[in-house]
Design a protein around this ligand. Sequence first.
Ligand SMILES: [Zn+2]
Length: 235
Amino acid sequence: MYRSVLTNRSFVRWANENVVVLVSHNELGHDAEIVENATGSETERCPLYPGMTCRDHLNAAVDVDNARDEDLVKIPFVELCPNTWLVRPDREVVRVEEKDQFEPAAVKKQVTKLQEDLGKTLSPTRYLEIRNLLARGDAALDDEAWRRALEDWAAVAKLEPEPHASLRALLEARLTLLDEAVEFQIEDLTEDDEPGADTLKAARTLFAALAVPVLGRTVPSRERLGLFLDAHGDG
Ligand SMILES: [Zn+2]
């Protein structure tokens, strides 16, 4: 039954365009097939899942069960085999119900609905523009060039005024990184009850650098810095 989903040509074609498929299976329980490839050498192939080795689905099982590596998403455990999950780009995990998981039409319908909830997808050209802006912003973040990083991310948000959930999550994550990094500088600047002129000048410069709003707001640490400047007659 499950194989019918994996070998249904039109479903596979649709899946390759619309989802990234990850098959996880934590037991061998079946012998790998040895196949001869075009050059005459032999390779192993899993007899259950087309296009992969048994090592692939074992490794995937470790990844989904433990999510040990950074950025991996942990898949809930249910007493059912097989079971099917959709991992949204914003890391939310949604189950494909037992009765639906062997039905190409039902899976398609659920994914289509999910995509509607997430928002419109990016065109390849827009994707490249955004990828470049994000990369440049990340480099600026590494250089602690806060304003430049914020300007690049603001430019992304301007290109996509209603960003879909994954793009929004991506921007939010970067804003959090920047905010955390800035927080260290703010702690240094605000530790003196009677800050000197140099400290106040540096605080004003930082406050101005953080003035660029992204997704309709400036980073939270800027507000704290503003209160500090206010308290010292320098808002
Ligand atoms: Zn296998």
